[in-house]
Design a protein around this ligand. Structure first.
Ligand SMILES: NC(=O)c1ccc[n+]([C@@H]2O[C@H](COP(=O)([O-])OP(=O)(O)OC[C@H]3O[C@@H](n4cnc5c(N)ncnc54)[C@H](OP(=O)(O)O)[C@@H]3O)[C@@H](O)[C@H]2O)c1
Length: 336
């Protein structure tokens, strides 16, 4: 690994600390290197807080070191006034002569403008170091800005013989499928996404709260499909614990347009089978996370059938097996 890769790897590593807190901003890490030694580092902690470059540069007391330093940053520095001033201004006023950038920012107010501004002011800019890794880290942000839709994660638990529930009435409890660890992991995942979505029958049958109550993490915005307005107001989903968006269309592409217009960069879709299958059929999904439990229940609600994807990883969560599947149509995974 050469030095550029080594320092950029560190940027990506610390950037990840912002997961679940920075959206709709991207996760970004920055390190300042003086003659081969990291003298400062920083990451974007939460939306509205200073950017990674500001965090890193602000740590340095001996400002004379700047003129012999290189700034590594996992996303192009911004050049516009948002919630904070442009990072390019700070880099220029600090007189840092060289900046290494992993990937250009697709956000229309930046989109190469930050790199151009630095170069026009005489800063040496090196781009494309660990570019694909940096894009992958911010796959929600990139999907939102380049595809004009949220990044879609499909998630469900199924039995070994391929069912997500027994056949039942709303008054009966659902079949217990995933184990406690898988359940907790699912709640942790919820806190990493901006929204969580379920279908009409799941809302009626399960009356889910869709919160992160089993772990620390922000509750995502809840989204429920109710095309005919038949869901009762007494459902937990419609309480005031966190915001809920009620979608009144059955068309997946229209659902995504609505969620895009609301600025949501990622949605975890947690069932049921019909809703999940309609995302798969439309090709509008990016990854699926499927728990398979060892038990058989012989009959019930059939699990979705995945097509157009490939299993990227499989691991054990206690006695459940977790399959991570990437969509071949997703712009994030198309290249594999
Ligand atoms: N094991 C798990 O991980 C898991 C997770 C969630 C749910 N579940 C179970 O799954 C069962 C419910 O699943 P389900 O497949 O019967 O129902 P579902 O997917 O939750 O809801 C399906 C209903 O949603 C409405 N809908 C609107 N737009 C749709 C679209 N684009 N695609 C599909 N449906 C759309 C339709 O109702 P209208 O025609 O009335 O609009 C449709 O009948 C329950 O037993 C629940 O407990 C299991």
């Amino acid at each position: 690994m050469d030095n550029h890769h080594f320092f950029m790897q560190r940027c990506l590593q610390i950037a990840r600390n912002g997961l679940g807190n920075v959206a709709p901003n991207p996760m970004v890490g920055a390190v300042l290197v003086h003659h081969g030694t990291i003298i400062a580092e920083g990451y974007h902690r939460a939306c509205g807080l200073p950017h990674a470059e500001v965090e890193a540069i602000g740590q340095v007391r001996s400002t004379a070191l700047f003129k012999e330093s290189t700034l590594y940053v996992s996303l192009e520095p911004c050049c516009h006034f948002g919630k904070t001033p442009p990072c390019t201004d700070l880099i220029l006023s600090s007189k840092i002569p060289r900046v290494v950038v992993a990937v250009a920012d697709p956000f229309h107010k930046v989109n190469g403008g930050g790199i151009e501004r630095l170069q026009k002011s005489g800063v040496e800019v090196i781009t494309g170091v660990l570019e694909q890794e940096a894009q992958h880290l911010n796959r929600r942000f990139f999907t939102y800005h380049t595809q004009q839709r949220p990044y879609i994660i499909l998630k469900w638990a199924q039995t070994a013989d391929g069912f997500i529930d027994k056949q039942r009435t709303p008054n009966e409890p659902p079949a217990a499928i995933s184990n406690a660890a898988a359940h907790r992991l699912s709640h942790w995942w919820r806190g990493q996404e901006q929204a969580i979505m379920v279908g009409t029958r799941t809302a009626l049958y399960d009356n889910p709260a869709l919160t992160t109550r089993l772990c620390a993490g922000k509750n995502p915005i809840r989204v429920v499909v109710d095309a005919d307005g038949k869901l009762p107001k007494t459902l937990q989903l419609l309480d005031n614990q966190s915001n809920t968006i009620v979608i009144e269309t059955r068309e997946v592409s229209q659902m995504l347009q609505i969620l895009y217009a609301k600025g949501l960069q990622s949605v975890i879709v947690e069932g049921g089978a019909a809703l999940l299958q309609s995302f798969i059929s439309s090709g509008l999904w990016d990854e699926a996370r499927v728990f398979v439990a060892p038990q058989n229940i012989d009959k019930g609600v059939a699990a979705p059938l995945v097509h157009g994807g490939h299993t990227a990883a499989t691991c054990s969560i206690g006695n459940n097996t977790l399959h991570l599947i990437h969509s071949k149509q997703s712009p994030t995974f198309r290249r594999y």
